[in-house]
Ligand binder design. Structure first.
Ligand SMILES: [Zn+2]
Length: 382
C-alpha cells in the first residue's frame, strides 16, 4: 500500500512540477511579447504587466499584503522614447536596437552634421551636442534624468569605416511624474503569521526605444516573475507555518526604485522578515546559480548547499558577497537577512533586443523550484 501511495505521490509531484515549467514558459513568452512592450515606460507596458500579476495573484487566492490592495503606488521621474528613433552614419541607415541604441538620458534631436573623433571609440559634433560611441556590445538602460545632449551607442560591426557624418531623428519625452506600482501579495501563515518569508522579483524591464523597438527582457526578469508566480501558486494551496510574502517590484531597471520605496514604506515590519530571497535572471542554470550575500549569511548558505548536495538539484552553487545589483539591496542595508539568486550559463543576452523567450531554456527551473521549497521549509523549523 505504502509503495502505491509513494508511486502515486511521485507521479502527482512530477506532473505538478512538469506543468509548472510549462506554465513558466508560457508566462515568460507572454511577458516578453510585443503586447507588454518591454514592461517599461511607453505603451503602458509596465501598467499592463502590473494588471497581469494582480490577476494571477487573485486567481491563486493570495491576499493583498496590506489587506486592502495588491498595489503599492509610487511616482518617479523617467526619460522615455515613445516616438521617432532613426539614425544613419556615413550615409548608412542603422537598425534601432540591432545596430544602435540611444543614450538613456538623451534629449530630442533631429538633423545632420559632421563628427570629430575624440578617442578611439568616441565621436562628437560639439555644435549640435551629439555623441557617437562605438561598442562591441550594445547595452541599454533607463534614466531618471534628461541630459542636454543626445548620444547613440553604435555596434562596431555595423560600420565599414570610422563615423564621419550622421543624420538623426530622435524624440524623447521626459515624464516628471510617472506612476508605478509594486505588487504585494501574501499567503498567511498557519502557526506564526507575523513571521515572514518573502520572495521578490522585479517585473519591469527597459521598455521601448522609439515606436518600433522594444526590449523583451525574457531572462531579465520575466524569468524571475514566472518563478515567483509558480511559488505563489504553490504556497497558496500549501500554506506554511510562517506567512509567505510575494513582492513584484516596479522600476528596478531605473535604479532599484520600487524596492527602495518598499523598504521606506514597508507594508509589514521589516524586523518580522525571517528571510528574503530575490530572484532576477533565473532562466538558465547550466553552470548553476550564484548567491549574493552568501558570505553575509553563512548558516543559511550552508543549509542551501546541504539540501542541494543531498538532492543533486543544481550543478553548482557559487558564493558571492554583498552587491548593490538588484532588489535585495535596500532590504540588506536595513538589516533584513536576504539572498539574491541568479542562474548562470546558457545564453548571454543582457539588456539588449536578444533577451528573448524562444532562446531562454529555463534549464534548472524545476530544480530551483524544489530547492526553494526545501530551503524555505528549513527557515521555519525553529
Ligand atoms: Zn533585472
Amino acid at each position: 500500500m505504502n509503495r502505491y501511495l509513494a508511486l502515486l505521490c511521485l507521479l502527482l509531484c512530477q506532473q505538478a512540477f512538469g506543468q509548472d515549467v510549462q506554465k513558466a514558459k508560457n508566462t515568460v513568452a507572454l511577458l516578453s511579447s510585443e503586447t507588454f512592450w518591454g514592461r517599461g515606460y511607453t505603451k503602458n507596458g509596465m501598467g499592463k504587466t502590473a494588471d497581469f500579476i494582480v490577476s494571477e495573484f487573485l486567481s491563486y487566492g493570495l491576499k493583498p499584503m496590506d489587506q486592502k490592495d495588491f498595489r503599492q503606488n509610487f511616482e518617479m521621474p523617467v526619460n522615455t522614447f515613445p516616438g521617432k528613433m532613426s539614425a544613419s552614419i556615413n550615409g548608412k541607415t542603422l537598425s534601432p536596437g540591432k545596430d544602435f541604441i540611444v543614450f538613456a538620458e538623451s534629449g530630442t534631436k533631429a538633423g545632420t552634421g559632421k563628427l570629430r573623433q575624440t578617442d578611439s571609440a568616441s565621436f562628437i559634433d560639439p555644435d549640435q551636442r551629439f555623441i557617437v560611441l562605438l561598442k562591441d556590445k550594445l547595452t541599454w538602460s533607463v534614466s531618471m534624468q534628461q541630459a542636454d545632449y543626445t548620444g547613440i551607442q553604435v555596434d562596431k560591426r555595423a560600420l565599414d569605416s570610422p563615423p564621419e557624418s550622421y543624420a538623426i531623428d530622435i524624440q524623447n519625452a521626459f515624464e516628471p511624474v510617472f506612476k508605478a506600482s509594486n505588487i504585494c501579495g501574501i499567503v498567511p501563515g498557519t502557526r506564526k503569521p507575523d513571521s515572514l518569508v518573502i520572495i521578490t522579483a522585479h517585473y519591469d524591464h527597459l521598455g521601448g526605444m522609439g515606436s518600433d523597438t522594444y526590449f523583451p527582457g525574457a531572462n531579465d526578469n520575466a524569468s524571475g516573475v514566472a518563478f515567483l508566480l509558480n511559488l505563489a501558486k504553490y504556497y497558496a494551496s500549501n500554506p506554511q507555518p510562517y506567512s509567505m510574502g510575494f513582492l513584484c517590484f516596479a522600476a528596478e531597471e531605473a535604479g532599484l526604485v520600487g524596492s527602495k520605496y518598499f523598504t521606506e514604506n514597508p507594508l509589514k515590519p521589516l524586523a518580522n522578515i525571517r528571510f528574503l530571497i530575490n530572484v532576477d535572471m533565473v532562466g538558465t542554470g547550466e553552470e548553476g546559480i550564484t548567491v549574493v550575500n552568501a558570505t553575509q549569511h553563512p548558516t543559511e548558505f550552508k543549509v542551501l548547499n546541504k539540501i542541494n548536495d543531498a538532492q543533486k538539484y543544481l550543478p553548482k552553487i557559487n558564493s558571492r558577497g554583498k552587491a548593490a545589483n538588484s532588489d535585495h539591496y535596500f532590504f540588506s542595508e536595513k538589516g533584513v537577512p536576504a539572498f539574491f539568486i541568479y542562474t548562470q550559463g546558457g545564453i548571454s543576452a543582457y539588456h539588449d533586443i536578444l533577451d528573448k523567450s524562444n532562446t531562454l531554456p529555463l534549464t534548472e527551473f524545476s530544480d530551483l523550484f524544489k530547492l526553494f521549497v526545501s530551503f524555505n521549509q528549513s527557515l521555519m523549523e525553529k
